[in-house]
Design a protein. Structure first.
Length: 160
């Protein structure tokens, strides 16, 4: 299975690893990793394999257009878990600030959710509605992107 840059970003966020730690572990500059994670730089298939093995060893499982924690079941009965929010945000390549703005909630709500504090039901429903509208399906311990078109490389434009 080919792993997409969105999945790599989602795995890093899901596992709560810093860009610097991951870049050091795979011997690359953090700026290179950052540019790859937002789709502005390509990495060799070997580098992508090294990254995916690192994340899989840490407990991430790459699935078709998504990522989730291996053997992870949501720890509570809340509508959205921290893992699901981080994975969905990574698949959409959204910083916390943009997610908060798009959902009409405060940044503190997103920060607290990703740290493990359950949001109010109305807030969770706003997040779920947004993710659903964007084609994200929440899974136990992760998320899957149902919009496969995001995973197709754009055609190259001529420089005429």
């Amino acid at each position: 299975m080919e792993i997409h840059y969105r999945q790599i970003l989602a795995a890093r966020l899901l596992l709560q690893r810093s860009k610097i730690d991951i870049a050091n572990a795979v011997r690359m500059f953090p700026s290179v990793l950052g540019m790859f994670e937002i789709g502005r730089r390509k990495l060799s298939p070997g580098r992508i394999e090294i990254l995916s093995e690192l994340y899989e060893t840490a407990g991430a499982q790459f699935i078709d257009n998504g990522v989730q924690l291996r053997d992870k079941i949501s720890r509570d009965e809340s509508l959205i878990s921290p893992e699901q929010c981080r994975a969905a945000r990574g698949l959409l390549v959204l910083p916390m600030e943009q997610l908060a703005m798009y959902c009409g909630v405060s940044l503190d709500v997103i920060i607290n959710l990703e740290k493990g504090r359950a949001p109010f039901r109305s807030t969770a429903e706003k997040l779920l509605t947004y993710f659903e509208a964007e084609g994200i399906r929440l899974l136990p311990g992760g998320a899957r992107d149902l919009a496969a078109t995001r995973y197709v490389a754009p055609a190259r434009r001529s420089l005429k």
